[in-house]
Ligand binder design. Structure first.
Ligand code: AMP
Length: 446
């Protein structure tokens, strides 16, 4: 009785254990779509000279608090922060760049030939309001080039990113680009921007009042319609660029033109985070899309990035490490109607349907499957059905060109029956000859 009572206490209802808001399970076709995308992205990145890196999902809090900047939503509102039993303050990474720069500094990669080029893939966490294209756990594919101020690195990041997206089926990409200058010219731009907005405080939303005090660049990020109008008249960062920044931006644009990448200079693009310098960009899917209610959907950013020449110092490095990078939002890619799913390498159509009948055969069946695996012949099988007719019917539906039948008699004789599903001809193969038979089968099915 007592046990029953405590069991009852333990019972939870399904709502209580449902996946957290904005986080989801990925399986079946969708899983393969993610995997296929990642494999293709990694392949393209590898051809362009990027190497893989994986950093922890949790980082110490200062990795993000010292780098993202006060007044940014990610840092101030969206970080999942936790205190461990040992008293450490850790953050579930909201973005990848700061963590990769942390790794670069920690492992003394400045001593390696520069630049160091990385690609990475994984989940990121932001406590945002889930909506179209916005999750709380989302996946990014990122590219980073660390240790060079050269404009060709900016162009290479944009080129690799658009290529990855083109491989995933996007035919209508548009690169929005801007330059927000460096420490030489940012000051005069900020003065111009603050001066302009101070003249219009009465038309600002309450968030923008705050931004004006803490992070004026973010005034240009505001989505409030009232502030949008004002944005159109605000001074542009390009008008304030110093000679070096102007030259750098001109070179990036020239590279884009030479590579025939379509771009649009967007004076309002600032990408809020403190660590960006000079080039900032976003890649938009410009395919016209309708919402469920039939209204046209706003174009969605598939990814974005920029140059971050002062991030290393913000993370405690003695030396500056000029760098540039980007991140593609993989969930947005997969969910887009323009996406063309790519088959992952592991997804192989079963070439053989394997039928085992009876307990003796079941025991020995693992050896046969292993022989097939070593010969790279993927199988399908039904573990819960015991009848031959039933299993043959499933084999027929599976579309596998061959069926291998392993019954009680075959288990005793150490043989299998191989059945060609098209011609329905059958032959008996000795287990000892199976590897050779499978080799021929593979050639035949190639
Ligand atoms: P960011 O790190 O903010 O520059 O974002 C880079 C890309 O990641 C965006 O362009 C989106 O495609 C994707 N992304 C950012 N935040 C989310 C989110 N909350 N849910 C889904 N995708 C996101």
């Amino acid at each position: 009785m007592t046990n029953e009572k405590s069991d009852k206490k333990k019972k939870v209802n399904e709502d209580e254990i449902a996946s957290p808001k904005g986080m989801r399970d990925i399986f079946g076709k969708e899983y393969y779509a993610y995997q296929g995308f990642f494999e293709k992205a990694a392949e393209v990145a590898t051809y362009y000279g990027f190497r893989p890196i994986e950093t922890p999902v949790l980082e110490r809090e200062p990795v993000f608090t010292s780098s993202l900047g006060v007044g940014t939503d990610i840092r101030d509102k969206e970080m999942y922060t936790l205190k461990t039993k040992g008293g450490d303050h850790l953050v579930m990474r909201p973005e990848g760049t700061a963590a990769i720069m942390r790794a670069y500094i920690e492992h003394g990669m400045q001593a390696q030939p520069q630049p160091v080029m990385f690609y990475n893939y994984g989940p990121y966490f932001r406590h945002e309001n889930p909506q179209r294209g916005r999750l709380r756990e989302f996946r990014q594919f990122g590219l980073e080039i660390l240790g060079t101020p050269k404009s060709i690195a900016d162009a290479l990041i944009i080129r690799t990113m658009t290529l990855v997206l083109e491989e995933a089926g996007f035919k209508n990409l548009s690169v929005e680009i801007n330059s927000i200058g460096d420490k030489t010219c940012r000051g005069s731009y900020m003065r111009a921007l603050v001066g302009f907005y101070k003249k219009h405080t009465s038309s600002l939303c309450s968030d923008c009042h705050e931004r004006l005090k803490t992070n004026p660049l973010r005034l240009l990020d505001c989505k409030n319609p009232k502030c949008q109008e004002l944005k159109a008249e605000a001074p542009t960062s390009i008008a304030s660029l110093c000679n070096e920044c102007r030259h750098h931006f001109k070179e990036v644009i020239e590279y884009l033109e030479a590579m025939e990448i379509s771009y649009r200079i967007n004076n309002n693009l600032v990408r809020g985070l403190d660590y960006y310098t000079r080039t900032v960009f976003e890649v938009i899917d410009a395919t016209p899309t309708l919402l469920e209610n039939g209204e046209p959907a706003a174009p969605i950013a598939l990814g974005g990035g920029g140059r971050y020449d002062y991030l290393a110092k913000a993370l405690g490095s003695k030396k500056e490490v000029p760098a540039v990078g980007c991140a593609i939002g993989v969930d947005r890619v997969i969910m887009s109607p323009a996406h063309k799913p790519l088959d992952p390498r592991i997804l192989k159509k079963p070439k053989v349907y394997f039928i085992q009948l009876g307990s003796e055969a079941k025991l020995k069946s693992f050896t046969i499957i292993e022989t097939l695996r070593k010969a790279h012949v993927p199988i399908a099988q039904s573990l819960s059905k015991d009848g031959l007719a039933q299993q043959l019917a499933i084999a027929e539906r599976s579309g596998a060109p061959y069926t291998i039948i392993f019954g009680q008699k075959e288990a005793l004789d150490d043989t299998v029956i191989a059945r060609n599903m098209e011609t329905r001809s059958q032959e008996t193969v000795k287990l000892a000859d199976l590897p050779d038979f499978v080799k021929h089968l593979k050639d035949e099915l190639r």
